[in-house]
Design a protein around this ligand. Structure first.
Ligand code: SF4
Length: 272
């Protein structure tokens, strides 16, 4: 394991699952990691995960996110086993909370059976929130960006997540072809709030190298207007965040680390 160990950590992100995905985003930052991911769901390097969880906890990490080079809901065994490992560490006094999971939401929205059988198990194992990436609140446009014929109803996805007792954060990706003006941003946030999202995190689109996609990011002046609106609207009940490049010092200072499928522990991965 190659390690970059900062002085004080706040959070740790673990890659889980096979890297298989049910979407086809054109600039997927997960693709480069797929060749190192296990071929079969449920196969994971338990020793490395346990060691990393212990070491990062010792260095201050308390928040945990489960990420993937693909779509984690397609690797439910790996997600469950990872949550079990985290849960087993509680007896050593190692408690990660909250635990959050990134998802494109497609499987949750397409399969009521999956949502009703799997999500409650993850909740029982400590999952607090599902971060669903939203490119556009218009289902057709969202499907287009995801490269799928049909994207399920966001309202249904949120309902199913809530039914399992789990929170839903919408991760709103801002780009010239989807949400690029403050006006559309405000409309999208209000829509997501009205259909039940518990909080919103937004950031300008990133490319397959996980760096800002300069061609497609919204104009700075529009993001300034979004920031100004957020400052007025933000509340403890409904948190709205806009993560701009200048806000990324958490990653730059390495306070968040990610364990990649090749065993590298690094501060370079943000989100996808
Ligand atoms: S960006 Fe996420 S949802 Fe899109 S193809 Fe890559 S892993 Fe799948």
């Amino acid at each position: 394991m190659h390690e970059v160990r900062p002085q004080v950590l706040t959070s740790l992100s673990l890659f889980v699952g096979t890297g298989v995905c049910n979407a086809n985003c054109p600039h997927c930052a997960g693709v480069v990691h797929r060749k190192f991911a296990p071929q079969k769901d449920g196969v994971l390097n338990e020793e490395l995960i346990t060691k990393t969880l212990r070491a990062c906890y010792k260095d201050g990490a308390r928040y945990l996110t489960l990420s993937s080079g693909g779509e984690p809901t397609l690797s439910p065994r790996a997600v469950a086993r990872t949550l079990e490992i985290v849960s087993e560490l509680k007896k050593e006094g190692i408690v990660y909370a909250p635990i959050n999971l990134y998802s494109n939401g497609i499987r949750i929205g397409r399969s009521a059976k999956f949502a009703s059988q799997v999500l409650p198990k993850w909740k029982a194992l400590g999952l607090a929130c599902v971060y669903v990436t939203v490119h556009d609140t218009d289902a057709k446009k969202n499907a287009e960006v995801y490269g799928v014929k049909f994207y399920p109803s966001l309202k249904e996805i949120i309902l199913r997540i809530h039914k399992a007792g789990i929170l839903m954060r919408a991760n709103l990706v801002l780009s010239k072809s989807t949400v690029s003006t403050a006006e559309k941003f405000i409309r999208s946030v209000i829509y997501l709030k009205n259909i039940g999202a518990d909080s919103i995190s937004a950031w300008p689109v990133r490319g397959e190298d996980d760096r800002p996609d300069k061609e497609n990011v919204p104009p700075e002046e529009e993001m300034d207007k979004m920031d100004a609106w957020i400052a007025l609207e933000n509340s403890l009940d409904f948190k709205i965040r806009l993560l701009r490049e200048r806000d990324r010092e958490v990653y730059q200072e390495g306070r968040k680390l990610t364990l990649f499928p090749d065993g590298t522990l690094s501060g370079t991965w943000c989100n996808h």
